[in-house]
Design a protein around this ligand. Structure first.
Ligand code: CP
Ligand code: NVA
Length: 308
């Protein structure tokens, strides 16, 4: 079964093919109304379940539109509406869903839920975000970087803020695509060693730099994300904000990056917290290209999973 569970668990040649395929599919649709079908209909007759145990705008809509453009049908399900939210096991849910649908995308809390779904499903499972990783986002981000600046191999990428799930997938991508990655944030919010270890073992240069100015100096890409993720408790809000404020991406900080550096944020953003509106709407920002590229990257991921 070809699941897309994480970037570090996927063959790097397949990852490269997915990015290139996504770009080709995007080019082939250029200028068309969003609702028109692709020339190729590789998902014709296929049914895709999109399960959300957390809120979503981009993931929900980009997967739904992507499936439809490729000729398939979707069912968008919220965890709470399913028996999954009322005590039915993940394993039973996976086996039942596999009798109805051809592909499952799930956004959930614990990574174990995703892994159990994949273990018991007879159809491919795609990770639409867990507390630990967000691989579909970073596939779109790699695609976006390369559209603007060419191969990401050897680029210097700096992350400012919380060492969270989106950062972990960046670290996995650093290993698989060969870019240098610097984490800049408070020690209390350092990323998990596993993700950094994977990147290092794969030969990527990975650094932790507490000084945001030093971290951003000479960067080709600066990345921010929300200071409080969906799985974080709101009770620590003020303490986290105080710790993270020095890592806000603002115009003064971006001055230290390369002149043609890009700025990314997976969105949703809390404007003027992790990044200022001046940066988000400024000349370095490619945040809406990232959002668009979720659509194209995920279409390539789904086709890879289904072998179509
Ligand atoms: N970036 C991202 O995954 O956005 P949503 O939470 O809106 O899906
Ligand atoms: N780190 C964020 C990403 C949202 C797309 C979260 O998990 O809430």
């Amino acid at each position: 079964m070809t699941h897309f569970l994480d970037i570090h668990k996927t063959d790097p040649t397949a990852l490269r093919q997915m990015i290139d395929h996504a770009r080709a599919m995007k080019d082939a649709r250029a200028g068309r109304p969003k609702g028109t079908p692709d020339d190729e209909q590789p998902l014709k007759g296929r049914m895709v379940a999109l399960i959300f145990e957390k809120p979503s705008t981009r993931t929900r809509i980009s997967f739904d539109v992507g499936v439809r453009q490729m000729g398939g049908e979707t069912m968008v399900l919220s965890g709470g509406d399913m028996q999954l939210g009322h005590g039915e096991t993940i394993a039973d849910t996976a086996r039942v869903l596999s009798r109805y649908v051809d592909l499952i995308m799930i956004r959930t809390f614990e990574e174990d839920t995703l892994l159990e779904m994949a273990d018991y499903a007879d159809v491919p499972v795609i990770n639409g975000l867990t507390n630990r990783t967000h691989p579909c986002q970073i596939m779109a981000d790699v695609m976006t970087f390369e559209e603007h600046r060419g191969p990401i191999d050897g680029a210097k990428v700096t992350w400012c803020g919380d060492g969270n799930n989106v950062f972990a997938s960046f670290a996995h991508a650093a290993g698989q695509f060969g870019f240098d990655l610097t984490f800049s944030g408070p020690a209390q919010l350092d990323p998990e060693d596993d993700a950094l270890g994977f990147a290092r073992k794969a030969g990527a240069s990975v650094a932790i730099e507490r000084d945001p100015v030093a971290a951003v100096s000479g960067a080709d890409l600066v990345v921010a994300d929300t200071w409080i993720s969906m799985h974080d408790s709101q009770t620590a809000r003020e303490r986290r904000h105080n710790m993270l404020r020095p890592y806000q991406v603002n115009e003064a900080l971006m001055e230290h990056a390369k002149d043609d550096a890009l700025f990314m944020h997976c969105l949703p953003a809390h404007r003027d917290e992790e990044a200022t509106s001046a940066v988000m709407d400024g000349p370095h920002s490619v945040i809406f290209d990232e959002a668009e590229n979720r659509l194209h990257a995920q279409k390539a991921i789904m086709r890879w999973c289904l072998g179509v």
